[in-house]
Design a protein around this ligand. Structure first.
Ligand SMILES: O=C(O)CCC(=O)C(=O)O
Ligand SMILES: [Fe+2]
Length: 248
């Protein structure tokens, strides 16, 4: 993500009050595209966790964080991957495009503990939100002040804070934001007190007026996130077997 062209194309969407690099693009997909994707997510693939459910495409990583090479389903790639390419989002990652998508579903009152996404992936995640809106909480890792200064995460940045993810939006998390910060979703039924001072991406929202009209309250409804990633280690063993069979 340090490439100049990428920066130019995404610059207008950078969440400027946060450490580099978070970008928020409202209305990244249309209402029709949102409905079509929601309808195509296979209902039999969910794994139920305590506070959300989850599915991995094309498959879950192996125990040593390897992806068995296999294409992503078309409803996850078309039209989204082309739009990623236009913005150069994965230009700097090893495979230059995402090869893995984790789909999360949160019902009202569900969430995910603060965490980091770790070293199985290149440090770029692109998250498309579907259904309801919710806040992603951003916090610092409990590191020493000198570590934070080295990572460029000084006090001028207002962390902890929140990023409001509207339906059909895209959030990109890369660089220090990927490696040095934690993200999570509070297990609440209503996100409260949403206003410019408490929401880092307020100026980039597609419908800030709507949030003002509801008095800064976001009553949660079911929200689905598509989190696109580039897994570093890919095993092509399965495709070699299939290719070999094809030649016989
Ligand atoms: O649903 C989200 O936006 C965040 C999900 C997440 O943090 C993850 O899948 O690692
Ligand atoms: Fe995560």
């Amino acid at each position: 993500m340090s490439n100049t062209h990428t920066k130019e194309r995404l610059q207008a969407f950078r969440i400027v009050d946060l450490p580099p690099e978070f970008y928020y693009i409202p209305n990244f997909i249309s209402l029709e595209e949102e409905a079509s994707i929601l309808q195509k997510i296979p209902s039999q693939r969910w794994t139920q966790l305590t506070h959300r459910r989850l599915q991995a495409h094309p498959s879950t990583l192996t125990t040593n964080n390897t992806l068995l090479a296999s294409p992503l389903p078309i409803y996850l790639t078309n039209p989204i991957i082309h739009r990623f390419q236009d913005l150069g989002i994965f230009d700097q990652t090893p495979h230059h495009q995402p090869n893995h998508v984790l789909i999360n579903e949160y019902k009202p009152g569900e969430g995910i503990m603060p965490h980091e996404d770790g070293c199985a992936y290149a440090p770029v995640v692109a998250t498309v939100s579907l259904g309801g809106a919710l806040c992603l909480d951003i916090s610092s890792k409990p590191t020493s002040a000198s570590d934070q200064a080295r990572a460029g995460l000084g006090k001028r940045h207002a962390v902890p804070t929140r990023i409001l993810q509207e339906p059909r939006s895209l959030l990109i998390t890369a660089g220090a934001a990927y490696g040095e910060l934690l993200h999570g979703v509070a297990a609440v039924e209503v996100d409260e007190d949403l206003r410019p001072e408490t929401v880092a991406n307020w100026g980039l929202l597609g419908d800030a007026d709507g949030m003002v009209r509801t008095g800064g309250r976001n009553v949660r409804s079911t929200r689905v996130s598509l989190t696109y990633r580039d897994v570093l280690k890919v095993s092509s063993a399965a495709s070699k077997v299939l290719g070999g069979l094809g030649k016989r």
